[in-house]
Design a protein around this ligand. Sequence first.
Ligand code: ADP
Length: 228
Amino acid sequence: MIILDKVSKAYNKGAPALNDVSLHIEKGEFVFIVGDSGAGKSTLIRLLLREEIPTSGKVFVNNTDLSKLKHRKIPIFRRGVGVVFQDFRLLKDRNVYENVAFAQLIVQKPAKEIRRNVPAMLSMVGLAEKYKARPKELSGGEQQRVALARALVNRPPILLCDEPTGNLDPKNSWEIMKLLEEINRRGTTVVVVTHNSEIVNAMQKRVITMRRGVIVSDEKKGGYIYED
Ligand code: ADP
């Protein structure tokens, strides 16, 4: 599902952001990627989305060799990877329904399917009743739920979350994590980059720890001490 084979990424002459990293994530896994700032986590995410290309080594996502991916095929490749960010990135002048429907319009889903899929996805994230609200009328936790519904409405096999609870209080953070667990239980492979050691330690999932561009530990039921 996700394979990095001896991947290095150097931006300039300094130490590489990733240094000979190899990694396998299987279909259906739930994985935390942790590490202090500068460890290379964002670089890893950008490589998985084909926003960057490695200096050396190979990256495979959803059975696609990203080094062989033609430019015009990048948008289709990205449909297979849902993404959520710390800052939600919703369309501010659109309501909840329109924010989620937008992802389906881009992939040219028929109107009839959109009318079925969007409410179904909004109920999954517990926001069916708020479909008319604008993002600014929602709490941070609710905005992240909309972002999740938008990331998942096209049914990507992989969900990447970059600090999904970075702007949320502990209660909302836990609710988002429980939702991610449920999404994973239903079959989506979930990869979460986070600094939230309390959540990582409580959830007992696979934890990949990075430091200065290398993987320093990879544990089946791992933990994390945040040292920044
Ligand atoms: P993390 O997400 O774990 O904080 P990053 O992947 O952002 O780590 O950064 C890893 C290293 O690569 C850092 O030393 C950072 O300064 C460097 N880096 C990241 N992005 C760029 C870039 N676009 N240009 C130059 N250096 C970068």
